[in-house]
Design a protein around this ligand. Sequence first.
Ligand SMILES: [Ca+2]
Ligand SMILES: [Ca+2]
Length: 123
Amino acid sequence: MKKIALLTLFAAVSALAAMPDQKQTYIDKTFASMDTNGDGRVDKTEYTSFQQSRFKNRAQAVDAAFEELDKDKDGKISKAEAIVVPEISRYFDGLDADKDGVLSREEMQRAMIAAQTAESPEK
Ligand SMILES: [Ca+2]
Ligand SMILES: [Ca+2]
């Protein structure tokens, strides 16, 4: 369970660096998962519920990953704590928006939103 949360976060952060040619595959996959009744079209209801469940899952994943990474439970992710997730480690300075050397929960959430925006199909 905790492992899965980290992997989800890992995937989202990796999306920050997603190459354009991976985007089409992502869009196809996303479309298929949004089209719940399989009629080949995504109506507004399907789209809305997809976005809502995705956002909720992401928020929960961030929370779970945050708790898991925050070994000393001070409410912040230090560089040393982030080292177990190479993708976070690599983007650490970029994710640390206020440059205080640690990632707050808010900074982690913001990173997830950024990742989500980066991988959203343009429509
Ligand atoms: Ca900590
Ligand atoms: Ca910070």
